[in-house]
Design a protein around this ligand. Structure first.
Ligand code: DI6
Ligand code: FE
Length: 403
């Protein structure tokens, strides 16, 4: 297999002990879809049969960004609800009045497969333009076997047609659909019965739920997780976003890949996640857009060495953003992560939240997914916000994506 050499870059490898894993005048040697060698150009092994050489022009190179939590496939928007919230209605009040997630469920069920695909494709392209090479997409606006399957198929089709990795998560336990009004337990039974069908159709990589006062109880979440486990699927959870439900502790008992949001996470929850190796996925976009004031316990998570990831949580209700870099900035300004933690959150720890150990660092043996930025130092990534996209080139599985 031919070797290609990318030389003359400043590499934030996130590998090794140096801050950012920084390598000046660095080079990357790519063989097929993998990185074969990464280091200082002066140390490049001799006598290699390099077939293509690319000059990085002293630019910054990072691992490709990983957006590990999105709800990218849906119909309609919720700009009207944004106005209502500005007039004083809360997210929970709107949800209880039948708006919120349920409004998007109605719009999604009405949208054709093509319309869902086209709008999701445009959103994926916007994320990719800012350096994303791996993306997770949740269902959860279908809430019936037919419509959940439709959403998941759109996610799979995006993976087929676009140069990036897409993981699909079944979030059928997102809200109670109108046809199950007053029968939440029956709905959870139904979702448990859909999992093997969706899994057998190759549509699911993980199972998620919204464990919340306006979502599902810990007991219902437990039943869903038992069904996921019986079907061999990993779990993750929307936990402690608006109130403390003990969801994180429960998820940790099931060895969850991640718990996401976590504004109301307790000390117990932190300890359980640390023991289980569960990643904390922080979503500053939703915190900002819902004008939350309660911060996730960052210092505690850091002390307990729980890996912290950052994601856009792109969705029409609580985080209609398509900018991973803005989320890195907000993770620093709002949550007080360091700029380096924010980059680790969008790369290596995001990958870990998806159960992927083959990406997120620039090191031999990792996938050759990397992003070239029109920047000199990695701390500039989180510093800038709102426009002027510095992403210049993106390589996915060793192949440069068209600009
Ligand atoms: N938490 C969120 O932030 C999204 N889902 C969830 O469980 C919001 C989904 C929406 O409002 O449409
Ligand atoms: Fe979410």
């Amino acid at each position: 297999m031919g070797l290609s050499l990318w030389r003359n870059g400043r590499l934030a490898t996130l590998d090794g002990d140096a801050p950012w894993g920084l390598v000046e005048r660095g080079a990357l040697l790519v063989e097929g879809a993998l990185l074969r060698w990464v280091g200082a150009e002066a140390d490049l092994p001799r006598g290699l049969d390099v077939q293509a050489e690319h000059d990085l022009d002293c630019r910054l190179v990072t691992p490709g960004l990983v957006d590990c939590h999105t709800h990218l496939v849906y119909g309609g928007d919720r700009a009207g609800e944004f106005e209502l919230r500005l007039q004083g209605a809360s997210y929970e009040q709107i949800a209880r009045a039948g708006g919120g997630i349920r409004a998007t469920v109605a719009a999604t069920r009405q949208a054709s497969d093509e319309a869902l695909f086209d709008s999701a494709r445009r959103r994926a392209l916007a994320l990719m333009a800012e350096g994303v090479t791996t993306l997770e997409i949740k269902s959860g606006y279908g809430l019936s076997l037919e419509h959940e399957a439709r959403m998941l198929r759109v996610a799979r089709r995006l993976a087929d047609q676009l140069p990036l990795t897409v993981l699909a998560t079944c979030l059928a336990a997102h809200a109670l659909p109108p046809e199950f009004e007053g029968r939440a337990d029956d709905y959870v039974d139904a979702v448990c019965s859909w999992l093997p069908t969706l899994h057998a159709a190759g549509l699911v990589d993980a199972v998620d739920a919204f464990c919340e006062r306006i979502g599902f109880t810990p007991a219902q979440t437990r039943r869903l997780f038992e069904a996921a486990r019986a079907d061999g699927l990993p779990v993750k959870l929307h936990a402690e976003q608006l109130s403390e439900q003990g969801g994180a502790r429960l998820a940790a008992q099931f060895g969850a890949l991640s718990c996401d949001h976590l504004e109301y996470l307790s000390d117990d929850g932190v300890a359980a996640m640390a023991a289980a190796g569960t990643v904390a996925v922080l979503l500053p976009g939703a915190f900002y857009f819902l004008r939350e004031t309660r911060l996730p316990p960052i210092a505690r998570l850091r002390e307990a060495a729980v890996p912290m990831a950052i994601a856009t949580d792109h969705n029409p209700g609580s985080s209609p953003t398509l900018s991973p870099l803005l989320m890195m900035n907000m993770a620093c300004t709002l949550f007080r992560l360091t700029p380096e933690e924010s980059l680790r959150g969008m790369t290596v720890n995001g990958a870990r939240a998806l159960g992927l150990a083959d990406r997120g660092r620039l090191a031999a043996g990792q996938r050759a997914d990397f992003t070239v930025w029109d920047l000199q130092h990695p701390h500039q990534l989180a510093y800038r916000f709102g426009g002027g996209n510095p992403c210049r080139r993106v390589v996915v599985a060793g192949i440069e994506r068209n600009r």
